[in-house]
Design a protein around this ligand. Structure first.
Ligand code: WTA
Length: 655
C-alpha cells in the first residue's frame, strides 16, 4: 500500500467529550469491557433490558447452521407492543412520540397514547383484509405519520412489511410487489414536495395494471391515505380510503406474541448486478440492536431529548432510526415530509429551532449541499438545542465533518459517524459520544458487542496502518437473515468470499490506533498502477480545496496505468466569479490532489460541471460518470433523481 495515499489517516484533529457530557452520558466505557468479557451474555442483557418479552428466551444465539443465524429464538414478543402499548402502560401515554411537520407548514403532534390507538385501529383494518402472520404488505407512502402507523400495524399482526421508497417508479414498485407477493398496498393520493403536490397513487395503479394491462398480481386491496388532495382514479372494490375505514375501526386490539425469529420486514436494496435483493430482517434480535444503538450511539435521554433522523422510511435508516429504535426507546422525535430547501433554504434549521431538536442524524451528502449554500443560512437560526450530531450513508470527508461540527453544532457537539448497511440492520461501527475521542472522517470502532476486522484479499487480517476489506467476524443480533426467496444469493454475496466472516463490500483502512476509516464500496476503489486508491479519498481531497463544493471521482480504464483517476467537480460560485481561466482551475486541482494524497492519485482529468448524477437517495452514480470518462454511451439513467442531468454533464464535459 502506497504510504503517500495516507493523507486521511494523517488527520490529527481530535475531539474528546467534555467532562460534562461524559458525566451525563447514558453509557460508559465499561460497556466495551462487558461485551468483551462475554459477548453473548452482553446481548442477552440488552435484549432483556430494552425489550419486553411475552415468553422470555433461554437461548441467545443458535449458529449451528451458518450463515443462517437465530437469536433469542425460543422467546416470543410483539414488536409493535414494544414500540407502543408498553410505554402507555408505563404512564408515558402523554409523551409526544412524533412532532410531524408537513412541507406546506401544517403540523401534527402525536402522543404515544394516540399513536397506539391509531396502530390498533389500522391493525384491525388490515386484519379485516385477511392480513395475518407471515403475509406481506407493501407500503408506498410519503413521510407522513401514516407511514409509521402502517409499519407498526403490519408488525403488530406478525405480518411482514416491504416499504418501497415513494420516489421509485411504478416498475420498481411492481417488481418488489411481485417478488414479495404482497396482498395489500398502502399508499397515498400524493405528497408535498418542493412546494407542490406530487402524485403517488397513479404509480400504484400503473404497477397493478402490469405491463400489458394484465392483472393486479397478488394484490387484493389498496389502502389510500388522503394527503395531496389530488384527483385519483379509483378501482371499486380494490381501493379503500384510509379515512373511511381506520377512524371507524375499533381501537381495541390485543397484541399476539410471535417468535423472535418471525420476519418483520423485507427491504430491497440494489446489488452489483441484476434485480434488487429483498433483505430479510426478523423481530427480536433486530429490535434489540436497533434500540440499543439508538440509545447508546446517540446518548438518548428519552425524557428530555428530541431526536430527528432525516432519512426517509423507504431506506433502512428510516426503519431503524425513525421507527423501531426511537419508538422502542420511548423517544420523542421529529418527522418532516418535504425537501430541505422548501420553501426556503433554511427549512431544516428552522425545524430544529422550532422543536428544539437535540439529536440530529443525517447524511454527508446533505451536509455538503448545505456547505455549498453557505453558513449564513443555518446561522440565522437558533441551533443551540443540539447536543449530538450523527452521520450515515457514505464516508464523511474531514472538511464536511468539521463544518458540521462548527456551523451546525456550535463547535461543541460530538459527531458520531455511523457505519452500517441495510444488511446489518443497525449501527455497527461508531463512536460513542460520551466515551470516544472522535476523529474527523473516521467511523472509528465497532460498537460494544460487535466485532469487525479489515482483511486482505486472501483473508488475512491487515495490521494497523493497512487497508483491505471490511468484514464482520461474528454474527450479530440485527443481521439480515437472508435474501427473500433466494438463500443461495445470500450465501454467495456475503459469505462465499471469506467463509465464516460477513463480507460487507466496503473498503476500509485501520489507522495506527486501530480505528476504522471507511473508503467506500470496493467497486468504487480504483486501481492505478497497482495502487489502490479510493474514490472517496480523492473526493475528500478535492472537497478540502476551498474552490470545490462537491466532487465525484471514478476510475476510468487507462492503457498504461490500468485505471486513471477522473474527477468531476462543482466549483463554488464565488470562485467561478473570480473569472480564473477554467484551465487554471483544473490544473491547480490536479496538482492539489497530487499534493494532498501523492502523485499517484493526481487525476488524469478534472471536469468542471454544475451538477452530479445522484439517485433519489442522494448517492452519486459513479457508473454513469465512468461511462462518460471512458467515452462510452452513457448507460441506464432511470434511477437518477433527475434523468436529464447526464445530458447536461455530457455537454459540459464535451465542450
Ligand atoms: C455506505 C445505509 C462510510 C457503505 C445505512 C455501506 C458508509 C453502504 C457509512 C450501505 C459511513 C454507510 N461511512 N460509508 N458512516 N454508512 N456507508 O444499505 O458503503 O443504504 O456499504 O445503508 O453505505 O448503504 P445502505
Amino acid at each position: 500500500m502506497n504510504t503517500q495515499i495516507d493523507n486521511l489517516l494523517q488527520e490529527n484533529r481530535r475531539f474528546a467529550p467534555t467532562e460534562e457530557f461524559a458525566k451525563n452520558s447514558v453509557v460508559t466505557s465499561s460497556l466495551y469491557e462487558d461485551a468483551a468479557a462475554d459477548r453473548l451474555e452482553f446481548w442477552a442483557k440488552q435484549a432483556r433490558d430494552l425489550v419486553s418479552w411475552e415468553t422470555p428466551f433461554t437461548r441467545t444465539l443458535d449458529w449451528s447452521n451458518p450463515p443462517f443465524a437465530k437469536w433469542f429464538d425460543d422467546g416470543t414478543l410483539n414488536v409493535a407492543y414494544n414500540c407502543l402499548d408498553r410505554h402507555v402502560e408505563a404512564g408515558l401515554g402523554d409523551r409526544v412520540a412524533i412532532y410531524w411537520e408537513g412541507e406546506p407548514g401544517d403540523s401534527r403532534t402525536i402522543t404515544y397514547a394516540e399513536l397506539t390507538d391509531e396502530v390498533k385501529r389500522t391493525a384491525n383494518v388490515l386484519a379485516g383484509f385477511g392480513i395475518g402472520k407471515g403475509d406481506r404488505v407493501a407500503i408506498y407512502l410519503p413521510m407522513i405519520p401514516e407511514a409509521v402507523i402502517s409499519m407498526l400495524a403490519v408488525a403488530r399482526l406478525g405480518a411482514i412489511h416491504s416499504v418501497v421508497f415513494g420516489g421509485y417508479s411504478s416498475d420498481s414498485l411492481r417488481s418488489r410487489i411481485d417478488d414479495a407477493e404482497a396482498k395489500v398496498v398502502i399508499t397515498a393520493d400524493g405528497a408535498w414536495r418542493k412546494g407542490k403536490v406530487s402524485s403517488l397513487k397513479p404509480a400504484v395503479d400503473a404497477a397493478l395494471a402490469g405491463k400489458d394491462g394484465d392483472t393486479q398480481g397478488t394484490v387484493e386491496h389498496v389502502l389510500v391515505v388522503k394527503r395531496g388532495e389530488n384527483e385519483v382514479d379509483w378501482s371499486e372494490g380494490r381501493d379503500i380510503w384510509w379515512h373511511d375505514v381506520v377512524p371507524a375501526a375499533s381501537a381495541d386490539h390485543t397484541p399476539e406474541a410471535f417468535e423472535a425469529e418471525n420476519p418483520l420486514f423485507i427491504l430491497y436494496t440494489s446489488g452489483t448486478t441484476g434485480k434488487p435483493k429483498g433483505i430479510l430482517h426478523t423481530s427480536g434480535g433486530y429490535l434489540t440492536q436497533a434500540a440499543f444503538t439508538h440509545k447508546s450511539v446517540f446518548d438518548l435521554h428519552a425524557d428530555t431529548d428530541v431526536f430527528w433522523c432525516t432519512a426517509d422510511i423507504g431506506w433502512v435508516t428510516g426503519h431503524s432510526y425513525v421507527v423501531y429504535g426511537p419508538l422502542a426507546n420511548g423517544a420523542t422525535q421529529v418527522m418532516y415530509e418535504g425537501t430541505p430547501d422548501s420553501p426556503h433554504p433554511g427549512r431544516w434549521w428552522e425545524i430544529i429551532e422550532k422543536y428544539k431538536v437535540s439529536i440530529f442524524y443525517t447524511a454527508p451528502t446533505a451536509i455538503r449541499s448545505f456547505m455549498k449554500v453557505g453558513r449564513q443560512v443555518p446561522q440565522e437560526f437558533d441551533l443551540s438545542s443540539l447536543r449530538v450530531l450523527g452521520s450515515v450513508g457514505e464516508p464523511i470527508n474531514p472538511e464536511a465533518w468539521m463544518w458540521y461540527r462548527k456551523v451546525i453544532g456550535g463547535d461543541k457537539t460530538p459527531i458520531v459517524d455511523t457505519w452500517w448497511q441495510t444488511e446489518t440492520g443497525a449501527i455497527m461501527v461508531s463512536a460513542l459520544p460520551g466515551v470516544t475521542e472522535t476523529k474527523p472522517g473516521s467511523a472509528q470502532v465497532a460498537i460494544p458487542g460487535i466485532s469487525v476486522n479489515v482483511l486482505d484479499d486472501k483473508g488475512n487480517a491487515v495490521p494497523n496502518g493497512g487497508g483491505g476489506l471490511l468484514v464482520v467476524d461474528e454474527p450479530w443480533p440485527a443481521m439480515l437473515r437472508g435474501v427473500w426467496g433466494d438463500p443461495e444469493r445470500y450465501k454467495e454475496t456475503y459469505w462465499e468470499k471469506f467463509g465464516d466472516k460477513y463480507f460487507a463490500g466496503d473498503g476500509a483502512r485501520l489507522d495506527e490506533d486501530g480505528d476504522v476509516w471507511l473508503l467506500g464500496r470496493v467497486d468504487d476503489v480504483m486501481n492505478v498502477s497497482g495502487h489502490r486508491i479510493s474514490t472517496a479519498e480523492v473526493e475528500s481531497a478535492l472537497v478540502a480545496n476551498e474552490m470545490v463544493a462537491e466532487s465525484a471521482v471514478v476510475g476510468a480504464s487507462d492503457e498504461t496505468t490500468g485505471q486513471a483517476v477522473v474527477a468531476f467537480v462543482i466549483i463554488k460560485q464565488s470562485h467561478l466569479d473570480q473569472a480564473e481561466k477554467i484551465a487554471d482551475i483544473t490544473s491547480s486541482l490536479r496538482s492539489w490532489v497530487g499534493q494532498q494524497i501523492g502523485p499517484i492519485a493526481r487525476p488524469r482529468e478534472v471536469f468542471i460541471v454544475n451538477e452530479l448524477p445522484k439517485t433519489r437517495s442522494g448517492k452519486i452514480m459513479r457508473r454513469l460518470l465512468r461511462d462518460l470518462a471512458e467515452g462510452r454511451e452513457v448507460g441506464d439513467t432511470s434511477t437518477l433523481a433527475d434523468t436529464m442531468v447526464m445530458k447536461v454533464i455530457t455537454d459540459q464535459v464535451q465542450k
